[in-house]
Design a binder for this molecule. Structure first.
Ligand code: ADP
Ligand code: MG
Length: 328
């Protein structure tokens, strides 16, 4: 299989067929019709073997995650995803691997109505970059800034599951409960980007971001963008039953605070609109849990049952000394 056979076979018609794609895969660049009165929303994320997923991870999971992490950024903006490009660096053109990768990427793309409109294919260490493009009614995007003192901090879904799932995937964790283990592994391998919720939060949330590097690492970014401080009541962090089966309180709390990869959304919302937003989440079969509040100043405070609490974990940072080693 040469490069062009590979592109034709796997990537020429991947994802949803969209009427707003005037020219997709096959030319020098794609031509896309951006709806009137919208802002184009663009994001790119790369995943690297040995950094973001363990060597030998299932190809379908890699395809799914490569797109999911990008859809999560679109979700955090309250935008509607539309198009994607894929820069794929592969050690070899292995048919079985490509079949799995294409299935993972393609199924998620179809589920969100995303068309793959271009890319680049090269040989080298396994690295996948996806650029996602979407749109949002002009001026209505959710950003990390914009919240006011007194706004409630809330998160979608449950935290920490993917962290435990990664530990299961690397053999660092073993569990007796196979159903719970499967659920946690699934949360790492096949994360669900909260796209519909992001759209539903437009006009209600005052700030949003996706939690990709862990709450401890990501909350300071949102607070700083708002020019505010924050308090989190750690006992309120939503955790799944499956996570509770994975370890004691200290361990599960560390995953919920520090692990990335859940791709839940961190939201700020004026207190009087919290229940409206929680109702919208409920309509999407998603929980929205208040975990704290933003306040004047720049202090970040963590409490556990009213007492001051110092998280024992840090958020993920590629260039911090401890994390420049292979993490998975
Ligand atoms: P060029 O040299 O002009 O960049 P390429 O030979 O790299 O073109 O790619 C040919 C066509 O195939 C282009 O339209 C490009 O967007 C598309 N393409 C290449 N690799 C991929 C991929 N992995 N996924 C989707 N489209 C791809
Ligand atoms: Mg090219």
């Amino acid at each position: 299989m040469d490069e062009f056979e590979l592109i034709g076979r796997y990537f020429a018609h991947m994802g949803a067929a969209r009427a707003d794609v005037d020219l997709g895969v096959g030319d020098d660049a794609a031509l896309l019709r951006v709806p009137e009165s919208t802002d184009l929303v663009a994001a790119v994320d790369t995943i690297v073997e040995g950094r973001h997923f363990p060597a030998g991870a299932a190809a379908r999971s890699i395809g799914h995650r490569a797109l999911a992490v990008n859809l999560s950024d679109i979700a955090a903006m309250g935008a509607e995803p539309a198009w994607a490009t894929l820069a794929l660096t592969l050690p070899r053109a292995d048919k079985e691997w490509l079949d799995g990768f294409a299935r993972g990427f393609g199924d998620l793309a179809c589920a969100h109505g995303v068309a793959l409109v271009g890319g680049d294919t090269t040989a080298g260490p396994l690295t996948i970059s996806v650029q996602i493009l979407g749109h949002v009614p002009r001026g209505s995007a959710l950003t990390r800034g914009g919240a006011k003192a007194g706004d409630v901090l809330a998160v979608t879904g449950t935290l920490g599951d993917a962290g435990a799932g990664l530990a299961l995937a690397t053999g660092a964790l073993e569990m007796r409960d196979p159903a719970a283990a499967r659920e946690l592994l699934q949360r790492f391998e096949y994360p669900t980007p909260r796209v519909e919720f992001g759209i539903a939060a437009r006009g209600i949330a005052s700030a949003a971001m996706d939690i990709s590097d862990g709450l401890v690492g990501d909350l300071p970014k949102l607070a700083a963008a708002c020019g505010l401080g924050a308090t989190v009541e750690v006992e309120r962090l939503p955790m799944s039953r499956a996570l509770h089966a994975a370890g004691d309180e200290e361990k599960t709390r560390a995953w919920a605070l520090g692990a990335g990869d859940d791709y839940e959304l961190l939201i700020a919302v004026p207190p009087e609109r919290f229940s409206e937003l929680a109702t919208r989440a409920g309509q999407l079969n998603l929980t929205l849990t208040a975990i704290g509040a933003l306040h004047r100043g720049n202090a970040l405070k963590w409490t556990l049952h009213g007492a001051e609490f110092t998280p024992s974990v840090q958020g993920f940072d590629h260039f911090r000394r401890a994390s420049t080693q292979i993490t998975v």
